[in-house]
Unconditional design. Sequence first.
Length: 162
Amino acid sequence: MTTANTQQINWFITAGTLRAAFTQDKRADGTTYWCLTRQARQTVDDLTSWLMDLHDDELPNDWRYETIVSICDALMDIDDLKECECTYDAAAGIADNLTDIYNHDLFRWYADQPGRVSYIEDAVSEGLIDTASDTIARLTIGQNECIRSMCHRIIDRLIERK
């Protein structure tokens, strides 16, 4: 008789353990994408519901998963998030580094999920975007705010470590 391994993994101990929950896979057309590992998909904790929350009412999509993995990669360079006094700066810096710089990528980001205009609207209402700003500036700041929000939520969860 064999028994299943029922040991539960806490994916939120460090950015590295959270990053270990993801793997890159390949579609039939040859494109690659990030997804949860088989072990992470079988977990009974709230990992999948927490990831869905990071999608901000979007269906699962490649951009979100890739961004989550990139945020984890960047956070792995910070020795101890719990002791870090600059989590706000860390999130802003990571968002700045991950925000697309090419117009085509910014337009694709918006076209994939038109509801992302809400990030731009929120940034305008918070005074982060001047009403005279052009479309590219609006998309850039909107995407940056989206990524920064994801960073904050990931950092907060890792600091809780549960």
